[in-house]
Design a protein around this ligand. Structure first.
Ligand SMILES: O=C(O)C1=C[C@@H](OP(=O)(O)O)[C@@H](O)[C@H](O)C1
Ligand SMILES: C=C(OP(=O)(O)O)C(=O)O
Length: 446
């Protein structure tokens, strides 16, 4: 995916008096990708309401279309998908452009691994640096073959295997993308595919595969290890899906409302799946006031409305075991720590080094640039909080094609003396195209 505007879009965010109002965030990115992929594999008409219309999800939609699915958006913003059936994807005629999206790339590699076709994956400068061996290795054991630039990076061409060989795989890294890639490959594979997950990660694939009628079961051992078993050669039934609001996007107004004195903000319809809710637990431990009301279920996922009230926060030393449940929220959690009372020590975050940017290094550099005292660790960061005193500010912050970095420093700007300048806000369109209007609606920008 190429950005419409080829020039970087710098922006400065300045101190806000207080934030107020009620907002909704766009649909969950993980659930949106999976809705399109699974609907494309179900014969018949699926309907998806609340799909995230961000660049990452649109890259998935374009890829599924290129392989034969019919995907259309109607005037009301509802998406309609006519799928081709498990095993029915067609050879794409051109390279699949994954833009900035790791989820699209890794899940689609899984999906295609058990199809008799060849596909080339390309991506932007950020995605082309990210490791793919974590999926190409297990998928090779299922029979797929790959040719790539050195180090299993994009651009990469894969040849699927049909029939593929079922795999019994223990995840060496806590990654929902790797887990999902193997399960998706297992759909068109004869026999039983099994994934053993010692550290639980987001479980949207399991929930949704079951919802589409796949024969999938999950066993949880005494130590919390999850064993996921999928019967192959599945037949999926088309569904009506309602996508809840993305907790990873809600994280930005949530932290902003906690930090900007005098704020009270309601964020409605936020997904509260326990495998995603780590940031709420962390912010509450720091002293943040976050109330959940109207707890309910939407499309097989727990959802609620959040009332967030400005609070004095204190430093923390979170348990690294929490990492997968708030993996994409660390950058904005670091901003909360920078404004809290006392020191915060974050560890066990090696995975942050292989996201859209190296999120430990990018955050450490940016926080220093706005006057925060930080120490970068190999697997984390130590942050000295300002105790609620405004951050000095400055910039321009190098966002390195990373949407979460851009939005985190926008939040920091709201509690700064001199404002925070971001070098490029364009990446925000990958996951949260309505970020700026939402901030405006809350009174966070003129
Ligand atoms: O499965 C998913 O939808 C995702 C899994 C996570 O990646 P990892 O599996 O690499 O941890 C997360 O960072 C990403 O934004 C979305
Ligand atoms: C890591 C992320 O996404 P992806 O891996 O899909 O690029 C993210 O959205 O923070």
């Amino acid at each position: 995916m190429t950005h419409i505007d080829d020039q970087p879009t710098p922006m400065t965010f300045t101190a806000a008096p207080s934030l107020a109002g009620s907002v909704t965030v766009p649909g969950d990115k993980s659930i949106s990708h999976r809705s399109l992929m699974l609907s494309a594999l179900a014969i018949g008409h699926s309907r998806v309401e609340g799909l995230l219309e961000g660049e990452d999800v649109l890259a998935t939609a374009a890829a599924m279309r290129a392989m034969g699915a019919q995907i259309e958006r109607d005037a009301e913003g509802v998406w309609h998908i006519h799928g081709v059936g498990v095993g029915g994807l067609l050879q794409p005629e051109t390279a699949l452009d994954m833009g900035n999206s790791g989820t699209s790339t890794r899940l689609l590699m899984g999906l295609l691994a058990s199809h008799d076709l060849t596909a080339t994956f390309v991506g932007d400068a950020s995605l082309s640096k990210r490791p793919m061996a974590r999926v190409t290795q297990p998928l090779s054991r299922m029979g797929a073959s790959f040719t790539s630039s050195p180090g299993d990076r994009l651009p990469l061409t894969m040849k699927g295997a049909c029939p593929a060989v079922p795999l019994d795989y223990r995840l060496p890294v806590a990654s929902a993308q790797v887990k999902s890639a193997i399960l998706l490959a297992g759909l068109n594979t004869p026999g039983i595919t099994r994934v053993v997950e010692p550290i639980p990660t987001r479980d949207h694939s399991e929930r949704m595969l079951k919802g589409f009628g796949a024969d999938l079961s999950v066993e949880i051992e005494a130590d919390g290890t999850r064993i996921i078993t999928l019967v192959g050669e599945a037949e999926l039934q088309p569904q009506n899906i309602v996508v809840p609001g993305d907790p990873s996007s809600a994280a930005f107004p949530m932290v902003a409302a906690l930090l900007v004195p005098g704020s009270q903000v309601t964020i409605a319809n936020v997904g509260l799946n326990a495998t995603r809710a780590g940031l709420i637990d962390l912010l509450r431990e720091m002293g943040g006031s976050i109330e959940v009301i109207n707890a309910r279920e939407v499309g097989g996922e727990p959802v609620g409305d959040l009332i967030v009230t400005a609070s004095i926060l204190k430093g923390v030393e979170p348990d690294p075991a929490r990492a997968p449940s708030m993996i994409d929220e660390y950058p904005v959690a670091f901003v909360a720590a920078a404004f809290a009372r006392g020191r915060s020590i974050f560890r066990g975050l090696d995975e942050l080094r292989v996201k859209e940017s190296d999120r430990i290094a990018t955050m450490a550099q940016g926080l220093r640039a706005i006057g925060v005292s930080v120490e970068e660790l190999e697997d984390g960061i130590v942050i000295e909080g300002s105790g609620g005193a405004p951050l000095t500010g400055g910039g321009p912050i190098a966002t390195r094609l990373d949407h979460r970095i851009a939005m985190s420093f926008a939040v920091a700007g709201l509690v700064s003396k001199n404002g925070v300048t971001i070098d490029d806000m364009r990446p925000v369109a990958t996951s949260f195209p309505t970020f700026l209007p939402l901030l405006q609606q809350l009174g966070g920008m003129a």
